[in-house]
Design a protein around this ligand. Structure first.
Ligand code: NAD
Ligand code: LMR
Length: 342
């Protein structure tokens, strides 16, 4: 159902041009799992983007109320709601970016891998639908365990004959957001300036912040490196424990995912200077998937940035070697799951 009316005329050209590379930009974004803890605030943030003409929100339940609510925001995009598997195909038709935060979150005491059995099937089903209905779209996978759900998505897209590794992304932006926040706090830096690349994967020790590559350059003593690295790696668990059974990060995740959506839209719109960290098919290491900075362009990933992995400190080099067996196992688990499915 169509909710609200497109109101681009309500925005004065002078206001729009502050944000717009291209005042005609009118991308369509679908959020699958949009009624959830991440989905709702993410939909709100995406609704605020001036680059979007339509926001498609899909969930298995409770989506109509979210759509009615969102549609009253007087920002340009139309909100269309889709409920249940019968409406899934239409939620994806004509879409440029598909964001998938559908699935169960952790409770205290669980690892992200403990979510595999439920979330693997959810991601598989949703990516199959994306392959059938919007094969050229960018796909952003948020559902955990990301280290395995992205390889599952790749296999599903291969089985459907539409896999483009340049357009499949595991969303690890939250790791960067956290690293930037914690480093700025620790070093009394202006947050806006701090950028820490985070590589590897998105679980425990596979999350590797490269503090030595922080921009602008900052020096850390060994104790600071150890403390910051461990905090960034455990930040998800910090939130899970604070929420005490009520879920995992949703607000900071929505913020991070909205940043990644906005970066993707800017890239689609021709901005030639868009870089984000993401977990993608990669040849930076011997592992088939690896998170690193990537350059985004109109066709997806234009380049995987290798320079961050050069000249690592001894601490980072050891941590990189230490994460590989766990990340490899998670990748293989995802691939095996997708390949044994009928
Ligand atoms: P939530 O339970 O609040 O919301 C999940 C939503 O998914 C619900 O609305 C549910 O109805 C929906 N859903 C379930 N099955 C579905 C299906 N088959 N199709 C469509 N929608 C379906 O959970 P949440 O807090 O929003 O977290 C969602 C996922 O995101 C979890 O797996 C969590 O671990 C993950 N997560 C990832 C990151 C990251 O950095 N990548 C950060 C935070 C959370
Ligand atoms: C996070 O990093 O916050 C997410 O992956 C959710 C979780 O389970 O920690």
């Amino acid at each position: 159902a169509l909710r609200g009316a497109a109101a681009p005329k309500a925005h004065k050209p002078s206001q729009r041009s502050q944000y717009h590379l291209n005042p005609q930009a009118s991308y369509k974004v679908a959020i699958l799992g949009a009624a959830g803890g991440i989905g709702q605030p993410l939909a709100l943030l995406v609704k605020m983007s001036p680059l979007i003409s339509a926001l498609h929100i899909y969930d298995i339940a409770n989506v109509k109320g979210v759509a009615a609510d969102l549609s009253h925001c007087n920002t340009p995009s139309q909100v269309l709601d889709f409920t249940g598997t019968s409406e899934l195909p239409n939620s994806l038709k004509g879409v440029d970016v598909v964001v998938i935060p559908a699935g169960v979150p952790r409770k205290p005491g669980m690892t992200r891998d403990d979510l595999f059995n439920i979330n693997a099937n959810i991601v598989k089903t949703l990516v199959e639908a994306a392959a059938d209905n919007c094969p050229g779209a960018f796909i952003h996978i948020i559902s955990n365990p990301v280290n395995s759900t992205v390889p599952i998505a790749a296999e599903v897209l291969k089985q459907k004959g539409v896999y483009d590794p340049k357009k499949l992304f595991g969303v690890t932006t939250l790791d960067v957001v956290r690293a930037n926040t914690f480093v700025a706090q620790k070093k009394n830096l202006k947050l806006i300036d701090v950028d820490v690349p985070v590589v590897g994967g998105h679980a425990g020790i596979t999350i590797l912040p490269l503090l030595s590559k922080t921009r602008p350059p900052v020096s850390f003593n060994d104790e600071e490196v150890q403390e910051l690295t461990v905090r960034i790696q455990n930040a998800g668990t910090e939130v899970v424990e604070a929420k005490a059974g009520a879920g995992s990060a949703t607000l900071s995740m929505a913020y991070a995912a909205a940043r990644f959506v906005e970066s993707s839209l800017r890239a689609l719109d021709g901005d030639a200077d868009v870089y984000e960290c993401s977990y993608v098919q990669s040849d930076l290491t011997e592992l088939p998937f690896f998170a690193s900075r990537v350059k985004l362009g109109r066709k997806g990933i234009e380049a995987i940035i290798s320079s961050d992995l050069q000249g690592l400190t001894e601490y980072e080099q050891k941590a990189l070697e230490a994460l590989k067996p766990e990340l490899k196992a998670s990748i293989e688990k995802g691939i095996a799951f997708a390949q044994k499915q009928p």
